[in-house]
Design a protein around this ligand. Sequence first.
Ligand code: AMP
Length: 283
Amino acid sequence: MQVKDSIFEFKKVIHQFKLHGKKIAFVPTMGALHEGHLSLIKIAKQHADLVVVSIYVNPEQFGPNEDFDKYPRTLENDLQQCEDAGVDLVFTPNNEVMYGSDKKYFSIELNTLNIEMDGGSRSRFFEGIVLVVNKLFNIVEPDFAVFGQKDIQQFRVISQMVKEFNHNVELIMAPISRAEDGLALSSRNMYLSEEERILAPSLFRSLSFIKKNIVDGIYNPSLLIKHQLEELKEKGFKNDYIGVYSMEDIQPIDKLVKGNTYILAGATYIGRTRLIDNLILEL
Ligand code: AMP
């Protein structure tokens, strides 16, 4: 496995790969790798000859009051996991390499897709993601890129970016990897105290309960959602949102229609840790 932290050196390897006609699958990450990331790497391996992983905590997608400084950074362990998983090349740039002194001259604006869900709560979050993934796609030039359903709004935003910016890459969405009790795996789960970890699967349980009721025929789930938000609050969560959203536009939907596919998504805080999760509704 090769590890490169400069764009020049990294691209040299990529060009060798391409010279030999190899197909590349790319898995962008912020490190602190867990089974969820490894599942993406596994899917990447099934699609291409070579797997490239990037490990970079992108400051542009953190708000001023968010956890950029304390976000877990476990590079040595991450590289070992990549090696064990059969990754071919890892890109580990620093901020200077990714943005240098240029970052103030351009910004990307988003609309519609980032008004709701995490876009509504995390200022400039998706702008930061689009900026860095755009750069990474230009640097890696992958044939495939694998992203998790865990961040389903991110997937939708990036698929639109690929279309509008004409990136020649096929996107693949990987299912959510969960702990045995249902909690969606996340690098941020490292923040949870023992007590918080026990409570944390409640978000998944609430979403599953809402989904079951919707599938059973409750196509106007607002009251159901309200009750689940109240229950989470009583357990000590500080809720951000739970809602049903359209797949295409990420807009809130009150009255569901049979035959359509929706996203049932939620975000909440336990202590200072933000948890997100979602389920796809195919009615
Ligand atoms: P992150 O390092 O959190 O930026 O995540 C990197 C990639 O891993 C993103 O495409 C995430 O959606 C994906 N990912 C994170 N957690 C999970 C999970 N539990 N299951 C599947 N994919 C995940």
